[in-house]
Design a binder for this molecule. Structure first.
Ligand code: AHG
Ligand code: MN
Ligand code: MN
Length: 345
C-alpha cells in the first residue's frame, strides 16, 4: 500500500502554533488563545461562502447601505454576522465594533463579558465580489480599559500601540490568515482537505528591496503636490533609481498582502481639494491600525503622512485617515515629500 509521502511532523496547525506561542507567555490565561481560535473559525466559515459567492444567494446587493453610505453586499452582512455570532457569547469579549455598524456592538445581557475588545472590517474589498477579485477580513484585539460590566465606546477608541493582536484573512486563490500578537507576523494557508489553517509563512519579514507601489492612480489629480511628487519618485522619474511596478486591485487586504510578501508600499492619500475624501478613504480602527501593526511586526511601518498610524488616538469609531504602509524607507520617504511640499510653513 502506498504510504503517504507527507511528513506529518512538518504540519503545524494554527491552533498548535497559537498554543505554542501562549506557552512563551507564562502569565497567559489562554483566553486570547481561544479568541484567536474563534476568529480563525470565523475565517473558515466566511471562506466557505466566498468560494461560492458566484451563487445567486450570496452575490449582489443586499439592498441596504451602511454607515459609510455604501451598498452592503450580502457577503458583507454574512461575514459581519459570522464574526458577531461566533464571539458574542464566549465570555471573552467586553464589546465589539464593526465597520458595518454605526455604533459599538454590546454583548447581549444574557451572555458574560470578558476582558478583550474585538474590532473588525468583516469584508474588505467588497466592491470586488462581483468580479471574483480577492476580498478579506481584518481584525483587531485590544484589552478593555473600563473595569467591568458592559464594554464602552472608550474601550474601542484605543491607539494601535495598545493592540494585543491583529490580523487578516485573505479569501483569494487560496485562503490565508496572517496575524500577530506582537511576537512577529505569521501566515497560515487554509487546507480545505483537512479543514485547517496550516503554517506557511512563519515570521514574515517585508523584503528589503521593494518591488511594488500600490495606489489608485485615477485620483492622482486630487492629491497634494507632495504625494504627486512622491508618486513620480516611486516611478523613477528622477532618474536616480529604477521605478517600481504599479500593482493595485482595489482590495486593501490583497494589495497589502502582496507588498508585505513582495516588498513595496501601499497608499491611499487624502484629496487635497475640498473633495469627498479630505481624510482619505480608509478607516483608522478597522483597516489602518491593524495592518500598520502587522507591517511593523514584519519590519515595515505605517503613517498618515505626518504621524505614525499606531500613535494616532482615535476620536470616533469610523474616522478615516490617509494611509501609507509598507517598506520603512518608502514610508519615511512619503513623509519627507509631504513635509517638503505640503507642510511648508
Ligand atoms: P471596504 O470594502 O471594506 O469598504 O474596503 C474597500 C477599500 C479597500 O479595500 C481598498 O483599498 C479601497 O477601498 C479601494 O478604494 P478605491 O476603489 O477608491 O480605490
Ligand atoms: Mn475595508
Ligand atoms: Mn468592509
Amino acid at each position: 500500500m502506498q504510504t503517504s509521502s507527507i511528513d506529518h511532523g512538518n504540519i503545524i496547525t494554527i491552533e498548535r502554533f497559537i498554543l505554542d506561542e501562549q506557552r512563551s507567555h507564562p502569565e497567559a490565561t489562554g483566553v486570547l488563545t481561544y479568541l484567536l481560535y474563534d476568529i480563525a473559525l470565523a475565517g473558515k466559515v466566511i471562506a466557505s461562502k466566498t468560494t461560492r459567492a458566484g451563487l445567486a444567494e450570496i452575490l449582489g446587493r443586499a439592498g441596504v447601505t451602511n454607515i459609510q453610505g455604501e451598498d452592503v453586499m450580502k457577503l458583507d452582512q454574512f461575514a459581519d454576522r459570522t464574526l458577531i455570532s461566533l464571539n458574542d457569547h464566549t465570555g471573552r469579549i467586553a464589546v465589539m465594533a464593526s465597520e458595518e455598524h454605526p455604533d459599538i456592538i454590546p454583548i447581549p445581557d444574557k451572555y458574560p463579558t470578558g476582558k478583550y475588545v474585538l474590532l473588525f472590517d468583516p469584508l474588505d474589498g467588497s466592491s470586488n465580489i462581483d468580479f471574483n477579485v480577492g476580498v478579506g477580513t481584518i481584525f483587531s484585539v485590544y484589552r478593555r480599559k473600563s473595569e467591568d460590566g458592559p464594554g464602552k465606546l472608550e474601550d474601542c477608541l484605543q491607539p494601535g500601540r495598545n493592540l494585543v493582536a491583529a490580523g487578516y484573512m485573505l479569501y483569494g486563490s487560496s485562503t490565508m490568515l496572517v496575524y500577530t500578537t506582537g511576537k512577529g507576523a505569521h501566515g497560515f494557508t487554509y487546507d480545505p482537505s483537512v479543514g485547517e489553517f496550516l503554517l506557511s509563512h512563519p515570521y514574515i519579514r517585508i523584503p528589503d528591496k521593494p518591488k511594488f507601489y500600490s495606489c489608485n492612480q485615477g485620483y492622482e489629480m486630487y492629491w497634494s503636490e507632495g504625494v504627486q511628487r512622491y508618486t513620480h519618485y516611486l516611478q523613477g522619474q528622477d532618474g536616480l533609481r529604477k521605478g517600481l511596478s504599479m500593482r493595485y486591485i482595489g482590495s486593501l487586504v490583497g494589495d497589502f498582502h502582496r507588498n508585505l510578501l513582495g516588498g513595496g508600499v501601499f497608499y491611499y492619500p487624502a484629496d487635497s481639494q475640498d473633495s469627498f475624501k479630505p481624510h482619505g478613504k480608509l478607516r483608522l480602527l478597522y483597516e489602518a491600525a491593524p495592518l500598520g501593526f502587522i507591517c511593523e511586526q514584519a519590519g515595515g511601518r505605517a503613517t498618515d503622512g505626518v504621524t505614525g498610524i499606531l500613535d494616532i488616538q482615535p476620536t470616533s469609531l469610523h474616522e478615516r485617515v490617509p494611509f501609507f504602509v509598507g517598506n520603512k524607507e518608502l514610508v519615511d520617504q512619503a513623509e519627507a515629500f509631504i513635509r517638503q511640499y505640503d507642510l511648508k510653513a
